[in-house]
Ligand binder design. Sequence first.
Ligand code: HEM
Length: 508
Amino acid sequence: KNRNLVFPPGPKPVPMLGNIFDVRAKELWLVAREWAQQFGDVTYLHIFGQGLVFLNTSKAAFDLMERKGSIYSDRPPLVMVTELCGCTDMVAFTRYGTGSRSQRKLMSKALSANAVKTYQPLIQMDTHHFVSSLIQTPKDYQKHIRRYAGGLTLNTIYGYRITTNNDLFLELAEECVDLLANEIASTGSMWMVDLFPFLKHIPEFMPGASFKRKAKVWKAKMEDFVEKPWDYFTTSLTNGTAPPSFCSTLIDADSLRPTDRESKEMKSDLQQKIFDLKWTANSMYSGSIDTTVTSIMHFILAMALHPEAQKMAQEEMDRVVLSEGRLPTFEDRERLPYLEALLWETLRWGCPVPLGLPHRLTEDDVYDGQFMAKGTLVFGNIWNILRDESIYPSADSFNPSRFMPSSLAALDESTRRKMDPRNYVFGFGRRVCPGSNLVDSSNWLMMAMMVATCQIGKPRDKEGRECEPKVEFNNSVFRTPDVFDCDIRPRSDKALHLLARAELELGA
Ligand code: HEM
C-alpha cells in the first residue's frame, strides 16, 4: 500500500523459492546470529512468500512481542501439527484467542510462584532420588535426568509415580516430544503442506504423500500421549486413590460421572472443562520434559568444562550449608549468591530454546520504518540476545561471576535489569513460558544438590588422564547436547552420608 515502506534486511532470496536454501533444520540459531551481526536489529527472510522475521535484540523483542502483544501472540496455523497430527489443542500450538487464554489461565494458576511452593516437598524428594541414582550409575546420567524431568511432571500434574527408567508413560512422552520438536514442528524445516495447505487433500497412496502416511502413525502416538496419562488420572480419581496433583485440585470424581440431573448447558460446560484440563495437563507435560532435560545437561557440561566455577560453588556450599552437617534446602537460597549466579549463567550460556517458538503477526505492522506483513512468523532471537557483548562482555565464555552482587552493584539499574537472562530464555509477551517459576525452583535445588554431593569433571582415558569431551548439538528447537562423556563421582564420604540420611528422612 505504501511504496516507501521496505521489508527489514536479510539474506538475498532466490526468485520464487525465497530463502529456502538459507534456512537449515539443525542449529538454525548459529546462522541466525550471523544474520544478526550482518543485518542489525531485525532480519527478514521468506520461503515461498511466507515471511520469517528474527528479532535480534532485547529492544526489538520487547518493542514488538511485549508492547504490541495483541498482534504478536498468535501461533502459525501448521497443518501438519494440528490437522494431520492432532495437536491443535496443545497450548504451544493453539491459535491466540479464547482457547489458548483459558488453558493459559489454568496453567498460571498451577504454576504461579505461590503454587510452586506447594510442590517443594515433591521437588525435594525427586531431586534427592535423582542425585542418589546419579552417584550409583553416573554413566547413565542422561537417563536419570529424563526420569527426573518426566517423573516430576507426571507426579505434579497427574499424581502418577514413576518407578523405573523404562516407565511406559515416560517412554511414550520422550518419543512424542522428540517427534514434535525434531520432525513434526521442527523450526528450520517446513512441511510443504504448511506452505500449501491444499496438499492435505492428496490421497495417502499417491507419490509425494509420504507426509500423510507419516502423520497417520504420529497422530496415533500423540493420541496415546494425551489420553493415557489422563485415563490413569480419571481411573485413580474415581477409585478414590488419586494423590493430590494439578488435575485433582481442578476436578472431582463426581464431575467425571455426570448424572441426568444436570442440564444440557451444565453438561457441555463440564465437557469443556474436562477438555481444557486434559489438554492443559498434556501441554505442561510436553512443554517441560525436553526443556528441563536440556537445562540440567547444560549444567553438567558447564561443571565438567569449568572446574574453577564448580570449585567456587562448592566452597560457598561448604561454608554456608555443609558446615552445618546437612544438605541444601530451599530456605538456603538467599545465602548462596554464587549458586544463584551459576543458575543464571547456565541458563544464559546454555540457552535451552535458542529461537523460542514462532509467534504469528495478525496485522500488518511497521517497525523502525520497516514493513512486516500480517501472517509473518516472528522469532525472538534469544541466542543472539544472550550473546550480546554490550550486555554480557565475553559473551561466549562461561562466567557466573558476571551475575555476582558485587559485579551487578557496579552497574546502573537499567543495565542490571537487562542482564537477568530469565527475561529472555522463557520467551516473550503473551506466550511467555508458563513453567518459569517451576524451573527456577527445581533447577536451583538440582544444582544445589549436585554442587553439594558430586564432583563433575572431564572424561578420563584408560591411563586416567583428563580429555576433552566431544559435545554436539543435533536438534532443531531445543539446544540439547547429545550425550557426552564426563566423570561424575561422589564428592566425599561426608556427602554420601548426608545424602543417605536425608533420603531416609524424606522417604525418597
Ligand atoms: C529451562 C526450562 C524451560 C525453558 C528454557 C522454557 C522456554 C520456553 C520458551 C522459550 C517458550 C516459548 C515462549 C514464546 O513463544 O515466546 C516456552 C513455551 C512454553 N513452555 Fe516452557 N520452558 C521451560 C520449561 C517449561 C516447563 C517446566 C513447563 C511446564 C511445566 C513449560 C511449559 C511451556 C508451555 C505450555 C509453553 C507454550 C506456551 C504458549 O504457547 O502459550 N516450559 N517455553
